[in-house]
Design a binder for this molecule. Sequence first.
Ligand code: ATP
Ligand code: MG
Length: 218
Amino acid sequence: MARRGPVARLGIMGGTFDPIHYGHLVAAEAARTEFDLEVVVFVPSGHPPHKKDSRLTPARHRYLMTVLAVATNPWFEVSRVEIEREGYSYTIDTVKAFRERYGPATELYFITGADAILEILTWHRVNELLTMCRFIAATRPGYHLDGLGQVLQKLPPEGRGRIHLLEVPALAISSTDVRERVRCGRSIKYLLPEAVEHYIYKNHLYVSDAEAEGVEEA
Ligand code: ATP
Ligand code: MG
């Protein structure tokens, strides 16, 4: 999170990034340009230590794939804040860490897909969260906004005004689909950056449940 000088508007893009793909990158870039963000920080999630049988790939791989994916964008960075924290991180913990790091003058924008924002708004101390950051909800094909509309209705107007919807070019890409394709030996070309594609093959990620390094320690 090392930065030079004050930042007026900062984007935070959280996710498991297992693996990162062009859907994530397009949504982050659209948020950056639309909301004039000076930097977007990608925050790969940690690995819950209590979930030994979790299918989540070890954090070091997810982190490195994210670093490879953002290397060509001067406005994108990657943070280890969730990876280095013990256990599972809630969005509010991560936003607090950024608030402490950047101070009160920086406007924080948490970027999510419309599916993920529903979870965050429904479960995680939503009113407090909305005082700490704004949300950018990227609409993503296949996800209906009906549920989101219902949740927004229940929020106080000042909170609702801090959630911004953003249409991104229709990219029906998901990490689940990428993993499935690798498992079946199907092409993942043009779904994610080439460097990430090579990383996946070099490290035999997503090959099979037993072989995958993903079932090892975090
Ligand atoms: P999985 O299939 O394993 O759930 P995913 O593709 O949804 O993976 P995540 O790491 O869970 O990826 O997502 C991180 C964030 O990116 C979430 O806020 C999610 O809603 C958003 N996101 C994922 N795919 C897209 C996409 N194609 N377009 C826009 N946003 C996306
Ligand atoms: Mg997801």
